[in-house]
Design a binder for this molecule. Structure first.
Ligand code: C6P
Length: 419
């Protein structure tokens, strides 16, 4: 075993009591194939604290009814709880108004909503949308669909060998037809945290709107819509320790107000005749049909939970884990980290020479260690780095250095097995 970098190997004072946090997550306390579970697939989806599980179950047990429809007590209670969750989401990202918080299924739906409502009605053939080489498919395919429908042109910002956006190239892509820049705040495949403040300034200086895909960002970074000044911000509840099937599209109020509905149905209207329909005000205009009410309640509980610990403390803990894991990765022969940006969150994407990532995933699973192996729904990133896939360990607030030790030991054993 090589000598590890002192500054990283020295145990830092934990930012919080990880053992206490782990206690809150029932799923972490189980064995997989006879080994204690080491859950390092938080980038795909995070486990849920008891507070979230209980909030959903209590809501169904006592307060459940449809929202915004009934005058009966349960209907009132459910509506209040649902709207309270919206207020929690507003506060969490410091949006100006709850009207700017649209509940959606997740990041994917949020981006599709912007493409089909804003994009389809505002963009014309020849208008340009800039995206980046590190986008998740959820921030590529909706724009390709829009390209087929409208004839827009897509431009792609390249990334360098470390996995950072080449901002000089972005600069060159802007022209008088550029209308929108859509990019990930934090790359799921590389861990890169993009310099979004600077990028938003660059875009706004040219009257170009900015959408940020924050699926990976919100569990790790504290964000402030008013300070960031982006135009749209999309995230999912399930990576933020909340339920799946719920997420948020934040949009600036004047933009959302000018956009037509994405879907038609109940609750998104004020008045319907066969001749003409008047739409409801924000945010209901974009929430057609019965929403994921319990999902919103669970998301509210997740936001309370995360806020109770504090994103600054979570980020400090995760940065320690990332530094420790990066340092220890150097001990594993043939291990190459894909994504070495200067600003990085707790995602370790890697290759192990001679072993396919799927085999790494399977061998680690047999040791109780859950990671993701594959293209991470970011095939252009894989192509950029000349790999079919990577193995990816992604750390969350409840992971520990001991778990990283278990990962490294298992990788050594994987090398032994496949020689
Ligand atoms: N990435 C991963 O393992 P949904 O599925 O809508 O909640 O999120 C989609 C999405 C969009 N953007 C980014 C940057 C993402 O990371 C994800 C989801 C998971 O990396 C599942 S593919």
């Amino acid at each position: 075993m090589s000598i590890r970098n002192d500054t990283v190997a020295r145990q830092v004072t934990p930012a919080y009591d990880v053992a206490r946090i782990r206690h809150d997550f029932p799923a972490l306390h189980q064995e997989i194939h006879g080994k204690p579970l080491v859950y390092l697939d938080n980038g795909a989806s995070a486990q849920k604290p008891r507070a979230v599980i209980d909030a959903i179950s209590e809501f169904y047990a006592h307060d459940y009814a449809n929202v915004h429809r009934a005058v009966h007590t349960l209907g009132e209670r459910a509506t209040q709880t649902y709207e309270a969750a919206r207020e929690k989401a507003r506060h969490f990202i410091n949006a100006r108004s709850p009207e700017e918080i649209i509940f959606v299924r997740g990041t994917t739906e949020a981006i599709n909503l912007v493409a089909q409502s804003y994009g389809r009605n505002t963009l014309r053939a020849g208008d340009e949308v800039i995206l980046t080489q590190m986008e998740h498919h959820s921030n590529i395919v909706p724009w390709q669909l829009l390209r087929e429908q409208t004839g827009i042109v897509l431009r792609v910002v390249p990334i360098d060998d470390s996995g950072e956006l080449i901002l000089d190239e972005l600069e060159k892509l802007f022209n008088r037809r550029t209308r929108l820049l859509t990019l990930t705040h934090l790359s799921n495949a590389l861990g890169t945290i993009n310099p979004v403040h600077r990028i938003i300034e660059m875009a706004h200086a040219r009257n170009v709107l900015v959408l940020l895909d924050a699926a990976q960002a919100v569990p790790h970074l504290s964000v402030d819509m008013q300070a960031l000044d982006c135009d749209f911000y999309a995230f999912s509840g399930h990576k933020l320790y909340g339920p799946s099937g719920i997420g948020v599209l934040y949009g600036k109020k004047d933009l959302l107000a000018a956009m037509p509905p994405y879907q038609g149905g109940g609750e998104m209207i004020r008045y319907v005749t066969f001749e003409k329909t008047e739409y409801a005000d924000l945010p209901c205009k974009f929430e057609a049909g019965t929403p994921n009410i319990a999902g919103a309640v669970g998301l509210g509980a997740a936001i309370d939970y995360v806020s109770g610990i504090g994103l600054a403390a979570i980020a400090a803990h995760e940065q320690d884990l990332l530094a420790y894991a990066t340092d220890r990765a150097a001990e594993v022969a043939g291990m190459r980290i894909v994504g070495t940006a200067r600003e990085k969150a707790s995602i370790l994407s890697f290759e192990l020479a001679g072993i396919h990532p799927h085999d790494i995933g399977t061998i680690l699973d047999s040791e109780g260690i859950a990671i993701r192996a594959g293209h991470h729904c970011a095939m252009p990133v894989m192509r950029r780095f000349g790999v079919p896939a990577t193995a990816r360990a992604s750390f969350g607030m409840y992971n520990t250095r001991d778990e990283i030790d278990a990962l490294i030991a298992a990788l050594h054993r994987a090398r032994e097995v496949i020689r």
